[in-house]
Design a protein around this ligand. Structure first.
Ligand code: ZN
Ligand code: ZN
Ligand code: ZN
Length: 556
């Protein structure tokens, strides 16, 4: 009897010490019993086209409850970068949530040339699904081209599908890719003459009541009002003159200056699409996110849910007006207010300390090249048409054949491999011949053969970034890189896509449950975010994750 009791006591002792020594996420010690040990809700925020220095440039103008709250209460990774090219929206969102780069998740661009079907495909386009909430083909979308899992998928698997995932963004790809393959729902905004949040049969057969109610409300329409600066424009000393020649502007308004009368501009600027290109698009996203938290009961029970939010308007405004514009500054000051509204609602609905937020971007952006040129900084514009004509003429002269190039896209050249073998040409030799030729062309700084990307392993420099963005199955035969400051773009507005710091350096802020307070200049990568979330939750890593958990941001 005594023997049995003592052996039970011994086992109990072992069990207790064993668990006491295991610092798993589940039994994180906690002084305050009112706070959940696991986050009830993770909110992942991607700000489309946000540069790291938007945190510091506008710091003095931000309120206490938005960006600054994240910086002052949470952890600020100040040297966070993309570790691949191209730095576009779809690869960006995929990499944040899969913890790996296009080499593994396969989202090599927003659009790319599909070698098998010999035509261009859209990252989220899916003809096998039907639109929900609209009849428009804008609803025929799913994440089927993304090859690996997201941490949101891993959370669904870990919780036996009890933890929810909801994805929200104006842009379909900003909603669909982060939410992963197992999402309960992804919602995106269909502008044009509809102005509705929509989805696809990949997720559901009809919109839930709360989405229908939101769409039937007047909320989207209410944003067709004047867009003026949030504060007196004279106080916007962190941006250039409102009226300058580096801004695009809207149809129907000659000057690129405040105020913008959105009601008057609506018809000439594709109806509800116009809202996307103003800070009100981000406000509408916040309105919808708050409705989702209620409608889906997010963060209500003890099983972790994930809300993926992407703020798309920052990208549209940046493309239109440029990094240094007053319009971009105003868009960030207003986004700061939307974040404050979101965090206050989370405090109220989920409870302070019960949720975890991270905020990052899908890529940053370059100053308008014509503006850089005006300041004598090397920059310029790449003429794609001239490039293609020159190369085609060269190939004709060299091989006495037409149509050797099948497609040009995302700074890659796709060769007609069938024709090459028909002519008895060696793929590797033709790739190298093209590299040797185009390296002499204007604004091309570097060029690589597809073969070199698959036959060696690069561990540093731009070659590593090119390789991390190179999918052997989907990518092209030659990859070329522009000189710094060069875009293939209009002469107004900013864009992105390169491996330079102006495109790769983005914020990474984390705060809430399980996150330390502090900051670091240690280099972190965008692919570290998903493994960090997996570590926080104690769940499996996404299937292709190559990043590392950022131990120094986690309390345990
Ligand atoms: Zn983007
Ligand atoms: Zn302006
Ligand atoms: Zn963009």
């Amino acid at each position: 009897m005594t023997k049995i009791i003592s052996s039970i006591l011994v086992s109990l002792f072992f069990i207790t010490t064993f668990y006491a020594q295991q610092p798993t996420a589940k039994n994180r010690t906690n002084k305050d019993n009112t706070i959940q040990t696991q986050p009830k809700l993770i909110v992942g925020i991607v700000v489309d086209q946000m540069r790291y220095d938007y945190l510091t440039r506008f710091y003095d103008k931000y309120g206490e409850g938005g960006f600054k709250r994240m910086m002052n209460e949470g952890f600020d990774c100040r040297n966070n970068h993309f570790n691949y090219v191209p730095t576009y929206t779809a690869p960006g969102h995929s990499s944040v949530y899969t913890g790996t780069s296009p080499k593994y998740h396969g989202i090599i661009g927003n659009n790319w040339y599909d070698k098998e079907i010999k035509s261009s495909v859209y990252c989220a386009g899916d003809d096998s699904v039907e639109p929900v909430g609209t009849k428009d083909k804008a609803g025929k979308m799913s994440p089927h081209r993304m090859k690996t899992t997201t941490f949101t998928d891993e959370n669904r698997l870990f919780t036996q599908l009890q933890g929810k995932t909801i994805g929200i963004a104006l842009k379909d790809r900003g909603a669909i890719l982060p939410a992963g393959h197992t999402a309960n729902a992804a919602y995106w905004f269909h502008g044009q003459d509809e102005g509705r949040w929509i989805s696809s049969t990949f997720y559901m057969t009809q919109l839930p009541k709360w989405v229908q109610n939101f769409n039937n409300s007047n909320i989207a329409n209410s944003y067709f009002k004047e867009w003026n600066t949030l504060y007196d424009i004279k106080t916007y000393t962190e941006s250039t003159a409102d009226d300058n020649s580096f801004e695009g502007g809207f149809k129907g308004k000659e000057k690129t200056t405040f105020p913008y009368d959105l009601k008057a501009l609506k018809d000439q600027n594709s109806g509800f699409e116009l809202l996307k290109s103003t800070p009100y698009g981000n406000s509408l996203t916040t309105d919808f996110a708050l409705a989702a938290i209620d409608g889906e009961d997010l963060g209500k029970d003890n099983i972790t849910d994930v809300l993926t939010l992407s703020y798309s308007s920052t990208d549209y405004v940046g493309h239109n007006f440029g990094v240094s514009s007053k319009e971009v500054q105003d868009t960030y000051l207003r986004l700061d207010k939307d974040l404050e509204r979101l965090f206050n609602a989370l405090d109220q609905k989920v409870g302070k300390g019960n949720y975890t937020v991270f905020l990052t971007a899908d890529h940053a952006a370059v100053e308008v090249p014509s503006y850089l040129s005006s300041l004598k900084i090397p920059a310029g514009y790449f003429d794609g048409k001239a490039f293609r004509e020159k190369l085609n003429a060269f190939l004709k002269a060299t091989y006495n054949a037409d149509g050797l190039v099948e497609n040009y896209s995302n700074n890659q050249i796709f060769l007609n491999r069938a024709k090459l073998s028909e002519m008895g040409l060696k793929l590797q030799e033709v790739q190298q011949t093209i590299v040797n030729e185009i390296i002499a062309y204007k604004h091309i700084d570097k060029a690589y053969t597809g073969m070199s990307m698959t036959q060696a392993s690069f561990t540093a420099g731009i070659e590593e970034l090119v390789q991390n963005g190179y999918d052997q199955k989907r990518s092209g035969d030659v990859v070329y890189i522009f000189e710094p400051g060069v875009l293939s773009y209009s002469l107004t507005g900013s864009s992105h896509g390169t491996s330079f710091n102006y495109d790769t350096h983005v914020p990474l802020l984390l705060f809430g449950n399980g996150i330390k307070h502090g900051h670091s200049f240690k280099k972190t990568h965008i692919t570290d975010i998903a493994p960090t979330m997996s570590a926080l939750l104690g769940i499996g890593f996404p299937s292709g994750a190559t990043g590392q958990p950022l131990e120094f941001v986690l309390e345990k």
